[in-house]
Design a protein around this ligand. Structure first.
Ligand SMILES: *[C@@H]1O[C@H](CO)[C@@H](O)[C@H](O)[C@H]1NC(C)=O
Ligand SMILES: *[C@@H]1O[C@H](CO)[C@@H](O)[C@H](O)[C@H]1NC(C)=O
Ligand SMILES: CC(=O)N[C@H]1CO[C@H](CO)[C@@H](O)[C@@H]1O
Length: 545
């Protein structure tokens, strides 16, 4: 067996002038090791054998001094000549089995893979670790194979997770476009949710080339990356876990009171005709509305501790750029971001916009109606079995899914994206991947006024901002606050229809809040119609592609 290796920050060298400049590679690598690199791959496709051996020897001396393993890209002969810790083999290099015969069992052999089939073969032939990619397009690698993205890597992790002990035990690093602005999120998102109770398989590290070699201070760059890959991101400080919310509703009252006390900012990045309505909803529930579509302003706003709503209403390139800046600013401080993928899936531009946003950062909650959530599932790399969907009769309006299909859909996305997902409809389905609830509050008038979908987003952003340790309970509380107010408004004698409903709804949002704050919440909480759903594996409908 090869030695125990820490793969968390894996440096791949690049001696080209565009990246290294006039500096000495050995000096740069030493600085990177001092910054926290845990393993080094010497990769040089152009130098002659003499130079390779000379440089490899110098690198190995530095690596050994710091107890960091050195592997050589492709060249088994060079690895043998300097007796370093192993080799890394691409798909076109010497076969793993040959390398193993030459190097023996104690050396590290790594393999580049970009498909399940390549991963299967590499594991079978005894690779110690897999470099899985390409994650994002880069200029560093000339022969950039297909970009497989987060979803492609998750697919391979899932395959490894399910393919026996040897596959599960094979270490993995991702490669391609990793840098300081995405490393932490990638570590969080690259995991294969397991249907069993077992710990899910996660990526063991990130392979980095230019993000460490190119900067003038490789030590600082490595040190930044090291702390990013070894600490959970700010938005994941409170893990999502099974909730007892269906049996005890007191967390709902706590969540509602927290919004009242903290007046969290609800920062919108939408383009909506009902600006006034949204701002009023925010004020009535106790939040402070801020409307800003300027991404450059987001870092300052994020620090104020509020929540951000990303509404895909306008999906122009410019809007998307601002959205990305804002998402990353909120992610960086752990302030919640809600995604409202309005109309996602309706056009290919919106499909692309959704993909872009989901690659931009992490969402603490994703909410949408059935067609929008189906689009999110696809963007997340899940496969939807349309035949199973069409087998069903039409008995609930625009919905084409059975309740159990919906539950399975929402739960799969929540588990995979490690987030909270809300599918809105006559019955809403809310899941954190571990607990899935059906909520049947609300009133039909909500569907007849403009902006009701968007203002649910506004409400939930305030609830999540004020209740960071319990995002799932907060989402449920916000939804119930909103929908019970709609029921109460619709019941009123002065409400004759959707028009008179709007002002009454604002009143009832405020009344619901004050009832709870002034300790009349016992009655309010009894109105909550929530039911815990048992989710089967939904194998016929949603599959982990
Ligand atoms: C980090 O990598 C991503 C994906 O390759 C890229 O879009 C982004 O511009 C990079 N950021 C920096 C600061 O280099
Ligand atoms: C979901 O909302 C979008 C945008 O408002 C709408 O176009 C679509 O028809 C809705 N889908 C369903 C199933 O209600
Ligand atoms: C929901 C909402 O109020 N949206 C507003 C967010 O801010 C932009 C920019 O100021 C407004 O145009 C939206 O109406």
């Amino acid at each position: 067996m090869a030695m125990q290796v820490d793969y968390s920050l894996y440096l791949v060298t690049d001696s080209t002038e565009a990246i290294l400049g006039k500096r000495n590679l050995v000096d740069v690598v030493e600085l990177a090791i001092l910054g926290g690199v845990t393993i080094v791959q010497y990769r040089d496709k152009t130098s002659d054998t003499g130079t390779l051996i000379k440089t490899a020897k110098a690198l190995h001396a530095k690596c050994k001094a710091h107890n960091v393993p050195l592997v050589i890209n492709d060249r088994i002969d060079v690895a043998q000549a300097i007796d370093c810790e192993g080799v890394h083999l691409g798909q076109d290099d010497t076969p793993i089995s040959t390398a193993r015969k030459i190097l023996g069992l104690t050396k590290i052999i790594g393999a580049t893979v970009s498909s399940i089939e390549e991963a299967r073969i590499a594991v079978e032939l005894g690779a110690d670790y897999l470099g899985i990619g390409t994650l994002y397009a880069t200029n560093t690698k000339k022969n950039t194979k297909e970009i497989i993205g987060v979803n492609g890597i998750r697919r391979i992790l899932r395959y490894l997770d399910e393919s026996g002990e040897k596959a599960r035990g094979t270490k993995t690093v991702c490669i391609g476009g990793v840098n300081g602005s995405n490393a932490q999120r990638i570590m969080h998102q690259l995991y294969a949710p397991s249907p069993t109770k077992r710990e899910p398989k996660t990526i063991d590290g990130v392979a980095v080339v230019s993000a460490i070699i190119a900067p003038s201070d490789p030590r600082a760059a490595a040190s930044d990356l090291k702390s990013l890959v070894t600490t959970p991101p700010p938005f994941a400080r409170h893990a999502l876990s099974p909730s007892s919310i269906a049996t005890s509703t007191s967390p709902l009252l706590t969540a509602l009171k927290a919004v009242h006390q903290e007046h969290p900012i609800s920062h919108n990045m939408t383009n909506l005709v009902v600006q006034n309505f949204a701002a009023n909803v925010a004020l009535c529930i106790g939040a402070s509305p801020i409307m800003s579509n300027n991404g450059l302003e987001a870092p300052d706003l994020a620090k104020l501790g509020g929540g951000l709503v990303i509404n895909m209403g306008t999906a122009t390139p410019d809007a998307l750029k601002n959205h990305r800046q804002a998402i990353q600013a909120y992610n960086a401080v752990g302030s919640p971001v809600i995604l409202d993928p309005v109309g996602a899936g309706a056009t290919s531009a919106r499909k692309d916009a959704l993909q872009f946003l989901m690659e931009s950062g992490y969402f603490d909650l994703i909410k949408g109606n059935e067609s929008e959530i189906l689009a999110v599932a696809r963007a997340s790399g899940l496969r939807i079995n349309l035949e199973a969907r069409q087998q069903r009769g039409v008995d609930s309006g625009t919905s084409s899914l059975t309740p159990s299909q919906k539950a399975s859909l929402v739960q799969h996305i929540a588990l995979r994206e490690r987030t909270v997902v809300l599918l809105t409809g006559a019955t809403d389905i809310l899941s954190n991947g571990h607990t899935t609830l059906a909520i049947s509050n609300g009133h039909a008038f909500l569907g007849m006024i403009t902006g009701s979908g968007c203002t649910v987003g506004t409400t939930l952003s305030a609830y999540l901002a004020a209740n960071r340790e319990g995002k799932f309970e907060a989402a449920l509380a916000g939804l119930c606050h909103y929908e019970i107010a709609a029921e109460d408004a619709a019941k009123r004698e002065d409400v004759k229809g959707p028009g008179t409903f709007v002002p009454a709804f604002l009143d009832e949002l405020y009344k619901g809040r004050m009832d709870v704050v002034e300790d009349r919440g016992e009655e309010w909480v009894k109105r909550v119609k929530v039911e815990m759903l048992e989710v089967g594996d939904g194998a016929d409908f949603v599959t982990e592609a």
